[in-house]
Ligand binder design. Sequence first.
Ligand code: PPS
Length: 317
Amino acid sequence: MDLCEASEELKQKYLFRVPYSKEFADYIWPGMVVNPEKILSLNDMQLGPDDVVIASYPKSGTTWASEVLSAIAHDGDTEMLSRIRMDERVLWLELDDKAWWIKFFYIWKNKIFSNSATNAVPKKRICFTHLPLELLPPSILEGKCKLLYVARNPKDQAVSFFHFHRMARFLGMQTHTSWNEFFPLFCSGFLYCGSWFEHVLAYWKFTQNNPQAKFICYEDMKRDLMAEMESLEQFVGVPLSMEQRVKVVKHCSFDSMKDNKMANRDGVMLFNEKISKFMRKGIVGDWKNYFTVAQSEAFDELYQEKMTGTGLHFEFE
Ligand code: PPS
């Protein structure tokens, strides 16, 4: 059997391991946090010129881009950011906030972080989503607000997603799913958010034809965060001074975000950080520690097949 192909047995195991998994619109959803009704209700959501939506396939650098944009929206005021939790500054669009246990999470969180109340009004309202393009609310697709897509090379993304499946309660804390099982599920797109290729390529095409939308890569942020920040400032129309920019770049480095409880998802009950940290490694090239030579070659072939002619290229090291 092709290394990239997932057997029926494996697919059934995945569905069984994700708690309350739901199938909707040809995708698998972790029913503990996302449900079809909530996704459908987003159709009525009105977004405007002061809204910025960050979209991504999970584990592509969403949290990193969120912190950078949030810093820009708060005029580079990193002290202010350190008083408000990320999940209050950057809302998850499709999160089923009516689920009883999500309410419990918020009650618990507010008890611990009661000092996070503030009157700070950001220049832009930011939210994030992992929804595939075709499920976005119409107001985003019609260009009523800005859309930023963050992508990461699929080999590192797959490794990060593998660890995420082990530690995220809503994905079943799949410590029994081995890398060799996860790899074909990822390649065949039989997992939460579907095929990486389809997700990324749909947004890639959209951002090429829509001036309100922008596509950025994790690897570019890693190479030169300062340059990426400048272009993000232009994109959202909030310029910072060089002094503010230097401060934000430092604030958004992996090491400072890792130690920053307001940005590192610390205390989020959705995760079991005893198994794996949310801020895990933050590097390019970790895939080499997981992919076998045969898996890497099989993936390269799949990558060529799907990506040739799209004009989109990723750095893998
Ligand atoms: S999620 O759950 O989908 O929102 O995850 P997401 O934020 O998209 O991705 C998490 C990965 O991004 C890494 N990360 C960073 N890398 C470099 N610098 C900074 N500042 C940073 N912040 C988050 C995080 O460590 C996850 O990658 P891995 O490879 O697992 O370490």
